[in-house]
Design a protein around this ligand. Structure first.
Ligand SMILES: *[C@@H]1O[C@H](CO)[C@@H](O)[C@H](O)[C@H]1NC(C)=O
Ligand SMILES: *[C@@H]1O[C@H](CO)[C@@H](O)[C@H](O)[C@H]1NC(C)=O
Ligand SMILES: *[C@@H]1O[C@H](CO)[C@@H](O)[C@H](O)[C@H]1NC(C)=O
Length: 316
């Protein structure tokens, strides 16, 4: 999918990557000392009302960082003829933007013009993991918000049907390794997927196999039940793993059983390097969470923008 575009834009993407050292853990200590507390409370309150909020915020941060760096480009609204990332095709799973909006309003009331939307999203992603029972970590801060968002660029996101070489390429274009790929894929321990992301695996897979042979037959059978080929309800789909609101390493154990939901999940067994990591993370919650934290910090340090937006939905 859109490999031409991805290849062509790899230099462009890399030019947005700034040194990790431009971010710091104590960035708001003087200018907005309560920033982290305000974000944490807002995420917690929203998650209490809707348990799908943490997964949504974690996913939103990934989407943000993969396009133009973590610059809150995913939060901008379309204006005039400019269709933004939010309105690009892979957006069905993006929601809970209101959490970021409400947090931003509170932050503007206590320290106007100081905390970037990109930092709010990075903090909210960390808080989402913590609220789901996952690890915590210090989020480096000081990201700036970008002024550009294009729906067409969402084709550069790694897609659920990617094979291992496409995944590797997509991650390496952003300075992320095979280890980062396997660790960050663990984010699939949270959340929900619509049928469209795996429908190609459960019917008419190819001319010789109706069902993707890398999928366990019992999973295929149950997915066929939730995703009928005719009269499928618009929001039909399934949780990414059975403990979809708990941040754990079940995701990796399922892959080893042929029960990864996406081709891109099951593809992690395709080469020894990533297969070994899946086995390591399946066998040890601690190995997984340590690697996840390291990779999150790396991914969320791909910076982009140049301003601190007043309203996360519009450029200043
Ligand atoms: C997703 O994009 C469609 C148009 O392509 C738009 O109508 C919809 O509001 C977008 N969803 C979100 C959550 O922004
Ligand atoms: C992955 O998909 C691409 C594009 O369809 C293809 O060129 C490549 O050979 C595939 N690689 C593997 C390892 O299957
Ligand atoms: C169908 O997929 C299977 C498993 O990936 C593969 O072994 C087989 O060669 C494919 N058949 C065709 C006709 O592409």
């Amino acid at each position: 999918m859109a490999i031409g575009v991805a290849l062509f834009s790899s230099l462009l993407v890399l030019s947005f990557v700034s040194p990790i050292s431009s971010l710091s853990s104590n960035y708001y200590d003087k200018t907005c000392p309560n920033a982290e507390l305000i974000v944490a409370n807002a995420v917690k309150n929203a998650a209490m009302k809707d348990k799908t909020v943490p997964a949504a915020l974690l996913r939103m941060h990934f989407h943000d960082c993969f396009i133009r760096g973590c610059d809150a480009s995913v939060l901008l609204n379309s204006k005039g003829s400019n269709k933004v990332e939010k309105d690009g095709p892979p957006n069905v799973s993006l929601h809970s933007f209101f959490v970021i909006d409400n947090t931003k309003k509170e932050l503007e009331a206590s320290c106007p013009g100081v905390v970037s939307c990109a930092d709010i999203l990075a903090l909210a992603a960390r808080d989402s993991v913590v609220l789901s029972g996952g690890p915590t970590w210090d989020v480096p801060k000081g990201r700036k918000d970008g002024r550009t968002s294009k729906a067409s660029e969402t084709t550069q996101l790694p897609a659920p049907l990617f094979n291992i070489s496409q995944l590797q390429q997509s991650f390496s274009q952003r300075g992320l390794s095979m280890e980062d790929l396997v660790a960050l894929s663990g984010g699939h321990t949270l959340g929900f997927s619509h049928c469209s992301s795996f429908a190609g695996r459960i019917r008419n897979f190819n001319t010789t196999h109706d069902i993707d042979p890398s999928m366990h037959p019992s999973l295929a059978a149950s997915l066929r039940g939730v995703c009928p080929s005719k009269n499928r309800p618009k929001n039909a789909g399934t949780t990414m793993d059975p403990s979809s609101t708990t941040f754990d390493n079940t995701y990796y154990r399922l892959i080893l059983q042929g029960k990864g939901l996406f081709s891109s999940d099951q593809a992690l067994l395709a080469v020894p390097k990533t297969k070994d990591l899946v086995e390591k993370f399946a066998g040890s919650h601690k190995e997984f969470t340590d690697a996840f934290v390291k990779s999150m910090i790396k991914m969320s340090s791909i910076t982009g923008g140049g301003e601190v937006r007043k309203d996360c939905r519009v450029v200043n």
